[in-house]
Design a protein. Structure first.
Length: 238
């Protein structure tokens, strides 16, 4: 494993470390869980190992479809080697089915399938109680991205959505919504961060049971087992 250096960033479910290569970093996936802006905290046993493998699976899937990400390789159970990107200060959320805040903001019923994906932009790393939803004009005002950047980000996000929906559907998982982050690596915009049950809503296609962090948020049982079930279905496919 490359030598681990200083902590560059720590989030809800990961730590990012520097390496002796300025173009690379190491991500460590934690078992700790947090929601409601830190008001609810806990631990999901084995989550870090599961999320690391899920990221490996999904980023490799995207690479097979020509979509570059920050992922280089999984090092061990909890560590992966990644490209060190300059991150955009917002996340992109793609929604296929109404859930969570979208229902609260619009009054649309939870579980309603959307005729086309809803794409939202959410500010990262703020001290606000709720994640601020912004639009293109906010992004341009902050000079966080150019119209050309946003065109590429939007097109890539929707391609990722199509790829993930098809793949997850093949293992009886419905992709309700998920968050993507993007960064620049040597000037090129690529997918970064993670795609896991921490940052996505995965429902069993038959029972509509959540297989994601909503189980933790809602004090449901079998949280760790739900994460493991997602990985089990992925590993069982090819």
């Amino acid at each position: 494993m490359p030598e681990i250096g200083a902590v560059l960033r720590e989030g809800k479910g990961k730590k990012i470390y520097a390496t002796d290569n300025p173009d690379e970093a190491i991500v460590f996936f934690k078992d700790e869980a947090m929601s409601f802006h830190g008001l609810k905290r806990g631990r999901i046993l084995g989550k870090g190992e599961v999320n690391n493998q899920i990221c490996e699976t999904l980023f490799n899937l995207l690479a097979e479809h020509g979509i570059e990400s920050h992922f280089i390789r999984r090092i061990d159970a909890r560590h992966s080697l990644i490209k060190r990107c300059e991150m955009f200060p917002f996340s992109v959320k793609i929604r296929n089915v109404v859930a969570g805040q979208l229902s609260l903001r619009t009054g649309l019923p939870i579980g309603m399938k959307l005729e086309q994906p809803v794409v939202e932009y959410i500010m990262r790393d703020t001290d606000m109680d709720l994640d601020p939803v912004i639009n293109h004009t906010h992004i341009y005002a902050m000079k966080a991205a150019t119209p050309e950047d946003m065109k590429q980000i939007d097109e890539t996000a929707l391609k990722v959505n199509t790829i993930l929906k098809e793949y997850l559907g093949s293992i009886n998982i419905e992709l309700i919504d998920f968050k993507l982050q993007f960064g620049r690596f040597h000037g090129k915009i690529i997918v970064a961060d993670e795609i896991t049950p921490d940052t996505s809503r995965f429902w069993d296609s038959s029972t509509h049971e959540p297989l994601d962090k909503d189980r933790f948020r809602r004090d449901m049982d079998n949280v760790a087992e739900a994460y493991q079930e997602v990985l089990h279905r992925m590993i069982g496919v090819g």
